[in-house]
Design a protein around this ligand. Structure first.
Ligand SMILES: Nc1ncnc2c1ncn2[C@@H]1O[C@H](COP(=O)(O)OP(=O)(O)OP(=O)(O)O)[C@@H](O)[C@H]1O
Ligand SMILES: [Ca+2]
Length: 538
């Protein structure tokens, strides 16, 4: 039941004001114009703003009336914070605790009723209060309880038993828009999301449903666990259940770390997001630690690999997408580069071994490497992420960089290039009725043009449509254009330098015709399935 201050006894209001404003790490700055500014952690801020608006407290005035004798700062293990204060006017000493509701309730033996009287918490009362906490939590509220005790001595430590419950507050930390979508995207990308929180199990469950981490129909007995239960399992038991857990509630920093370590031992690649000091060990232990740039504590940021500047979970999807894109672009370039090198090596080796002459000269090979390394790398590395990247399973930790699919594409293209170039080498002069120098130029020119065509093939390792989005990648088109222009200059104008002979229109057409066949070959070869043992998806 929500009550206004007028419905409460003044004594209780006073105690609640003390509880909210003295037992806090937050602060309030009054501004001459406009509402007061509250600072501190999110929980502290919420409680203070409730105190200012609902308890109508004057924060700074109240603080001056008391002296703080002892502080126990909030810690993630005990999930509570406490102070020992004395009121200047009366000299009375009060212990105040606030923290996770059921934990504070366990320290209480009495509670305040509305009228201001103190009543004992018997078995029945305790059950009812537990139900209240559970109800609030199931509405995805984070429950904080306030408790206090009056004592006489000033120098004693904070008492932890026989307290009087002052009240419960429920804080709503709503699931931000977009999070549900991000969770779904991650799931489609083969990334399983787990929520590890210090919250109560009911709050955690309810929030997990809200943002799609838990789905209707899931076996909650397996998917939801509390930190202490997880901790108390044996290592073998933990390894058995860890993959099935979706939500871990009431976890301590150690539980978070334990979970990350278990998942890593299972061979998973683990990413952790977190903002608090209590997340630091897990962030550090994870393969990828992502901390929050705005709310995040310095400790969390220091322990992480990536700082998410906008504190938005949906950014994780962007990180994932770009990470995959870079990996994919590297693969494309490797495939492209290896094709060039394998083909050049085989042609020269076979020709040298059989006739003692090499068709591609050192300068020509240097030239090929120069334009294909720099320009080819630029063209393929600047491809932007495509949507299908996010529908694939992740690459396993032990997966080779060059996959079966890449070998298939690479070998097919290299085989084609080697075949046509060797035919040109041995039969070229007869076919085209040209001298040796022109024939060598034909080989060189065809070889380079084959790479230009193959650069398009390399744009997509698996999909047959290699032109998708090509106009959006102006750099790619530009680079291919520059490569072609340079090649024309090389063949037509730099005869001495590259040892080439000018080619006529027919010969150019023949070179282009032969090289362009690498497109249909690329298309056909992609129809051949390659066994993918992708089941190691983490
Ligand atoms: N400033 C605070 N003062 C008192 N109790 C708090 C405070 N902040 C959190 N709590 C209690 O501790 C619990 C959370 O503990 P903890 O901070 O260890 O969790 P967490 O894992 O950081 O949570 P989150 O999911 O918000 O990151 C909350 O459910 C709440 O009951
Ligand atoms: Ca936290």
């Amino acid at each position: 039941m929500i009550m206004t201050t007028s419905q409460l006894a003044p004594d209780v209001v006073q105690l609640l004001q003390e509880a909210a404003c003295l037992n806090t790490t937050g602060d309030v700055y009054t501004t001459p114009s406009g509402p007061p500014e509250i600072c501190g952690g999110p929980t502290e801020k919420a409680i203070l703003s409730w105190a200012l608006t609902s308890l109508l407290v004057n924060f700074n005035e109240l603080k001056q009336k008391y002296q703080i004798l002892h502080v126990e700062v909030f810690n993630s293990q005990k999930k509570r914070s406490g102070v020992l204060v004395t009121k200047n006017s009366t000299g009375k000493v009060h212990t105040h605790w606030k923290g996770a509701a059921e934990m504070i309730l366990a320290m209480c033996s009495t509670y305040y009723v509305k009228s201001g009287k103190i009543a004992p918490i018997d078995h029945e009362e305790r059950k009812e209060l537990d139900l209240k906490i559970e109800y609030m939590a199931s509405k995805s509220l984070r429950c904080i309880a306030f408790a206090y005790k009056e004592s006489n001595a000033e120098n004693q430590a904070l008492e932890e038993t026989e307290l009087t419950l002052l009240g419960l507050v429920g804080l709503k930390d709503p699931c931000r828009p977009g999070v549900k979508g991000a969770v779904e995207s991650c799931r489609a990308a083969g990334v399983s999301i787990k929520m590890i929180t210090g919250d109560n199990v009911f709050t955690a469950k309810s929030i997990a449903f809200e943002c799609g981490i838990l789905q209707p129909g899931e076996d909650l007995n397996i998917a939801v666990i509390e930190g202490p239960a997880f901790r108390n399992y044996s290592q073998e038991e933990r390894m058995e259940i860890v993959e099935k857990i979706r939500v871990m509630a009431r976890s301590s920093p150690f539980d978070k770390l334990l979970m990350v370590e278990c998942l890593k031992q299972k061979g998973h690649v683990v990413a952790v997001t977190g903002d608090g000091t209590n997340d630091a060990p897990a962030l550090k232990a994870a393969d990828i630690g992502l901390s929050m740039g705005i709310q995040g504590t310095e400790v969390a940021k220091e322990s992480s690999d990536i700082v998410i500047l906008d504190d938005n979970f949906t950014t994780v999807v962007t990180v994932l997408k770009w990470g995959r894109c870079v990996y994919n672009n590297i693969q494309k370039f490797i495939q492209f580069q290896l094709t060039v090198n394998v083909a050049a090596l085989v042609i020269n080796f076979v020709a040298a071994a059989s006739s003692g002459e090499v068709p591609l000269t050192a300068v020509q090979l240097l030239w090929v490497n120069l334009i294909m390394d720099t320009l080819g790398a630029l063209a393929l590395a600047t491809e932007r992420p495509s949507c299908d990247l996010m529908n694939k399973k992740p690459v396993g930790r032990t997966k080779p960089l060059i996959t079966g699919v890449m070998w298939r594409n690479l070998l097919a293209q290299a085989l084609y290039q080697v075949t046509v170039l060797l035919i040109l080498q041995f039969k070229g002069s007869a076919i085209f009725h040209v001298n040796k120098k022109v024939k060598d130029t034909l080989i060189f020119n065809t070889f380079v043009l084959c790479q230009v065509f193959n650069e398009f093939n390399a744009r997509n390792l698996e999909k047959k449509n290699i032109f998708r989005g090509i106009l959006k990648n102006r750099l790619f088109v530009g680079i291919v254009g520059v490569t072609i222009v340079l090649q024309v200059i090389m063949v037509e104008f730099l005869k001495k330098f590259a040892d080439t002979e000018r080619l006529n229109w027919t010969q150019w057409a023949a070179c282009i015709g032969i090289s362009s066949l690498s497109w249909p070959i690329g298309w056909i070869i992609k129809c051949i399935p390659v066994s993918k043992n992708d089941d190691f998806d983490h």
